[in-house]
Structures are given as structure tokens and as C-alpha cells.
Design a protein around this ligand. Structure first.
Ligand code: GUN
Ligand code: ZN
Length: 382
């Protein structure tokens, strides 16, 4: 296949004059993605419980996969032999892969971390592995994703200022090596874009330093990492405010690991274009459902004879077809369909939230949309 040189670009379609919220289009060789966008997570080359045609039906336009997991199992060589992620899992639209620079810290048994990389043991079988920017770029090439992420260091929360500072320094070092390794792997082929990641925990000056380190490397997109790791939401919003005027406005901005509906709206209000999170599928599997009023659990007795849809305003397959009483019955009976329907609804809820915010921005009424949404939505059980 031939990919034009302008393979990856980002167009701003409208900006909210009050908040700076953006409606954009991310052009990729496998199709355009309209933003703001929520990206379902498919850690193991599958969005849990959903088939690709169902993701297509619910309006998913880009999904995520994880370098760390797929390298360990089945192995990047096997995915490559199966036609890359797109061929292996039969999803034809864009895929973004996370670099492993987050999962290695949260999942593996760490042996040693240095500027060279991370020496760790697999969370499956304890086998030793070395993970570093060069490893990550090589694996992400084998996976054949459309958007790759730099190998970064995410400081935990809470952490000391020194720890956060160390992660900022190393993330810059690793971003430069990621970019170099990526160029070497692809040899001028423009089939995979590489996004940079800003770290710095909850310190505004460290965030600005990280942004100043990463932005001159001229990535086609920038992610904000190291948030939604347990810090109060106010800290997340304060950091996003501090980065709003610093990240280049002509490039897409991705807030990693954020999937609470209220966090999506507040992120967009601070100039974020892309989001991902396991929350809709994880919550779905335990029967927790997003509604415009907050999260509710379908297991509750109050739904026993409730023959209305989960969310009467929702256009997902589950809400168009089934009642709360039926889904509650499925859940209590341990039926697989309960997990599928709850995941389906939650994914569609966040995808539709992206679509609705985009429409509101294009129509010049995002501030009203935000006020109305947040006025109704309480965190609930999410
Ligand atoms: N996913 C959620 N947060 C992060 C982060 O800080 N870095 C990476 N690579 N992935 C993430
Ligand atoms: Zn629904």
C-alpha cells in the first residue's frame, strides 16, 4: 500500500472562544478521526467482550493496544506474522499502542531502573526482560500500530518532588532515544506516527519543564501522562490548565488513562482532544453503568421490576433493546451477555460524549453543554 507523505496531520475545525475546547480531525492512513475522541482499550488485542464489528457499530474510530502485554504474550513476532495488530485482530481502523513505559511500572516486578532502561520480570512467569526506548520502538513497529507512544517514566502518586523531577529528566532522555529509534526502524516510511509524552506529576513547574523538553523534538502529537493515578481531580485540572497555553495548538493532545465522564468534559474544556481508559469495560464487567446522572449498579434490587432501558437517552444496542430488569437478571445469573451489554453501553456512552462535545463546540455552545452535563452528573459509583 502507498501512503502519502501527508499521512498524519491534524486540522482544527472549531475552537470554543470561552474555554478553548477544540473540535478537530486527525488524519491517518487508515482514516480520519474526529475529535474529541474516546479510544476504547484493547490491552490484549481485544476490547474485552466486544467483537470488532460491534466496536464499529458503536462508533469507535480508533482503539488502543498495549506493547508490554503483547510482547510478553503472544510475542510481537507472532502478531507481526499474523499481519500486525490489524490483521491479527481484524480491526481495520487506526490503532494506538502505548509504549510499555507505564505498564512495566504498574505490573511487572521491577529489578532495576536506570537511564539505560528497565530490567524487570514478567508478571506472567517471572522471566527477565530489558525494556527501553529501542525495545519499545521495535515492538511497536512489529505490532504495526498507526500511532506509537514514546517510552516514558510515569512517577506514582504520591511521590516526592525529587522522584517527579527524575521522571521528567528520564522521560526527556527516553523521548529523544524513542524518536531516533523510531526513525531508524521506519527509514522514512510514514506509516506510524510517534507521540511525545509530558510528565511532571502535580508540580506545574516540572510539567512546564517537561513540555519544554519534549515540544522542540517536534512530535506529531503530545500526550499528558502521569495523571489519573490517584491524585485529586483538582490537581489534574490545575496541571491541564498550566499546559493549555504551552502545548502546540496545531497538534493533537492526548490525556492518558482518563475515562470518567466528568473528567472527559473537564479535559476537553482544557484543550484535550483524545482520551483512553479501561473504566467503561472494567465497570461494565462488574455491572456498573454510566448514566447522565452518574454511575449506577445494575445488581441493585431497585431494578428487579424496572422494565425501562438502562439510559433512556442512550442509542446503544443494549439500551435500544433490553430492560434494566433483564440485564440485572443476566448479571445475577452470571451470564456472559450481562458483561457484554454493560461494556457495550459504557463504551457507547463515552464515544457519544465525545461526539456530543464535538457538536457543541462546532455549534458554539460548549460552555452550556459543559454546565448542563456536569450539573446532572455526579461521580456515582464509578
Ligand atoms: N497510561 C496512563 N498514564 C500513562 C503514562 O503516564 N505513560 C504511559 N506511557 N501510559 C500511560
Ligand atoms: Zn446504552
Amino acid at each position: 500500500m502507498n501512503f502519502p507523505d501527508t499521512a498524519f496531520s491534524f486540522t482544527l475545525d472549531a475552537v470554543c472562544p470561552v474555554t478553548g475546547a477544540r473540535a478537530g480531525t486527525l488524519h491517518t492512513p487508515r482514516g480520519d478521526i474526529q475529535t474529541p475522541v474516546f479510544m476504547p482499550v484493547g490491552t490484549q488485542a481485544t476490547v474485552k467482550a466486544m467483537a470488532p464489528f460491534e466496536l464499529e457499530e458503536m462508533g469507535a474510530r480508533i482503539i488502543l493496544a498495549n506493547t508490554y502485554h503483547l510482547y510478553l504474550r503472544p510475542g510481537a513476532d507472532i502478531v507481526a506474522e499474523g499481519g500486525g495488530l490489524h490483521g491479527f485482530m481484524q480491526w481495520k481502523r487506526p490503532i494506538l499502542t502505548d509504549s510499555g513505559g507505564f505498564q512495566v511500572f504498574s505490573l511487572s516486578t521491577l529489578n532495576r531502573i536506570s537511564d539505560e532502561g528497565v530490567w524487570c520480570r514478567s508478571h506472567h512467569d517471572g522471566t527477565p526482560h530489558v525494556m527501553n526506548p529501542e525495545w519499545s520502538m521495535s515492538v511497536q513497529k512489529q505490532l504495526g500500530s498507526d500511532i506509537a507512544m514514546c517510552f516514558d517514566q510515569c512517577a506514582p502518586w504520591p511521590c516526592s518532588r525529587e522522584e517527579a523531577e527524575g521522571a521528567v529528566r528520564r522521560t526527556a532522555l527516553w523521548a529523544a532515544r524513542s524518536k531516533e529509534a523510531h526513525a531508524r526502524e521506519w527509514q522514512g516510511e510514514r506509516r506510524q506516527a510517534l507521540f511525545g509524552i509530558v510528565q511532571g506529576s502535580v508540580w506545574e513547574d516540572l510539567r512546564l519543564r517537561s513540555a519544554k523538553d519534549i515540544i522542540p523534538m517536534d512530535f506529531p502529537g503530545y500526550a499528558v501522562g502521569g495523571l489519573s493515578v490517584g491524585e485529586p481531580h483538582g490537581d489534574m485540572y490545575r496541571i491541564l490548565d498550566s499546559l493549555k497555553g504551552v502545548l502546540p495548538s496545531g497538534k493533537p493532545r492526548y490525556l492518558m488513562g482518563v475515562g470518567r465522564p466528568d473528567n472527559l468534559v473537564e479535559g476537553v474544556a482544557r484543550g484535550i482532544d483524545m482520551f483512553d481508559c479501561v473504566l467503561p469495560t472494567r465497570n461494565g464487567r462488574n455491572g456498573t453503568l454510566f448514566t447522565p446522572y452518574g454511575a449506577v449498579n445494575i445488581k441493585k434490587k431497585q431494578y428487579e421490576r424496572d422494565f425501562t432501558p438502562v439510559d433512556p437517552e442512550c442509542d446503544c444496542y443494549a439500551c435500544r433493546t433490553f430492560t434494566r430488569a433483564y440485564i440485572r437478571h443476566l448479571y445475577r445469573s452470571g451470564e456472559i451477555l450481562a458483561s457484554r451489554l454493560c461494556s457495550w453501553h459504557n463504551l457507547r456512552f463515552l464515544i457519544r460524549l465525545g461526539e456530543e462535545m464535538r457538536k457543541a463546540i462546532l455549534e458554539g455552545r460548549f460552555p452550556e453543554f459543559r454546565r448542563a452535563f456536569l450539573g446532572r452528573f455526579s461521580g456515582g459509583e464509578a
